[in-house]
Write a protein that binds this ligand. Structure first.
Ligand code: 13P
Ligand code: SF4
Length: 363
């Protein structure tokens, strides 16, 4: 099979009606049978999500990929997720991202070159042997490789506290990339005082910190963030509680500290789904995460009152790039013997990144 990179998928796909596209996806999926696995993240639009073999948060999908023996894995999510799946699968398996422009703006906020530069800057100030780097899974394979090579681990939104605790036991200090908020929320949950958590601001001398503050810090945070989750505020939560005193608020840990503090619960997308599913009929929920997931929960549980924390639809525009037309295009190509949009990580990067991913899976 040849590997073709993304081309213009052509008018043929874009002019099909929704029903035609769905029928053809279903037929090709059946045709490819046990060779194929379709993984979908919870933020995918329903027209794609409904074709999933497995759905999940980042951790669950990484485990699904790692334990699959299917030849073709179509990853309906974003680029870093497909890279992790490629690292965790064999060379004989092809991981395919239906649209190569489905990236993650947070992952793009920390290149491995930038992080390595900061690591060098920290070296004369701190004994870097005492510092364990952690990267949120929302990061490039090369940043995961940097972390793996320096004794660190990946984490996801469902195990960040556990991984942070492991890293602190290891050397006493952590360098956490790229999500400031997941890092801060996890450090708070472990009881680390706020003055022992410092923010490294890109572009500022010493990240905008005094040497003494860096030397005192247990956790040094990169200043990355998710534009979707930054749209939620504590003021919105206060207003929701004024309007409806029975409402329960659950948010993703990529939200700012004050938002997590104002909520009743927080957790990964999988945790959010579980909390709503296990709540009694008639429960009122406001959810602080991507809108596709919130709207799906509202449809799945019509006996609960489910809404977003925000009145404005908070959509992950890159997740949204995976649409039925692109899914059908990759399936048609597979059926014709062509692998398009295969995500491959070079073997050196994959080797070190795998160390960091495996550490997470065993912690
Ligand atoms: P989860 O791992 O909780 O699904 O989160 C992934 C993500 O990108 C959230 O923005
Ligand atoms: Fe990245 Fe935010 Fe989209 Fe998640 S919701 S994939 S963190 S941009």
């Amino acid at each position: 099979m040849t590997n073709v990179k993304q081309a213009d998928i052509g008018k043929e796909y874009l002019e099909l009606t929704g029903d035609e596209t769905h029928e053809r996806i279903a037929a090709q999926k059946k045709e490819l049978g046990a060779q194929l696995l379709i993984l979908c993240h919870h933020y995918q639009q329903d027209d794609v999500f409904n074709f999933a073999d497995y759905t999940g948060d980042s951790l669950k999908l990484a485990k699904n990929a790692a334990t699959s023996d299917r030849q073709f894995i179509i990853f309906c999510g974003v680029h870093f997720m497909a890279e992790s799946a490629d690292i965790l699968t064999t060379d004989a398996q092809a991981v395919i991202l239906p649209d190569l422009t489905a990236g993650c703006s947070m992952a793009d906020m920390a290149t491995s070159t930038e992080v390595e530069g900061v690591w060098q800057e920290l070296a004369p100030l701190l004994d870097t042997k005492t510092v364990t780097p952690i990267t949120y899974v929302n990061s490039s394979a090369s940043l995961k490789a940097f972390v793996g090579e320096h004794g660190g681990s990946v984490c996801t939104s469902s195990n960040a506290e556990r991984v942070l605790a492991w890293a602190l036991r290891r050397g006493g200090r952590v360098f956490f990339c790229p999500d400031e908020h997941l890092g801060r929320n996890s450090a708070h949950a472990l009881g680390i005082p706020a003055d022992e958590v410092v923010l490294w601001r890109r572009g500022e001398k010493l990240g905008g910190n005094k040497i003494a503050a860096l030397q005192k810090a247990k956790v040094i945070l990169w200043d990355g963030y998710c534009t979707v989750h930054m749209q939620f505020s504590a003021a919105q939560i206060e207003q929701l509680r004024r309007d409806d005193p029975t409402i329960r608020i659950i948010v993703h840990p990529e939200c700012r500290r004050e938002v997590v503090q104002a909520a009743d619960l927080y957790g990964s997308t999988e945790t959010i789904i579980r909390a709503v599913a296990e709540s009694p009929t008639g429960s009122h929920w406001a959810i602080g995460t991507e809108i596709n997931l919130v709207e799906r929960l509202a449809r799945q549980f019509p006996d609960r009152h489910i809404r977003s924390v925000s009145n404005v639809a908070c959509k992950c525009s890159t997740m949204y790039r995976i649409n039925p037309a692109h899914l059908l295009w990759v399936l048609d190509n597979l059926a014709a013997g062509r692998v398009v949009n295969r995500i491959t990580v070079d073997s050196r990067t994959a080797g070190f990144a795998r160390i960091a991913l495996d550490r997470m899976l065993t912690i």
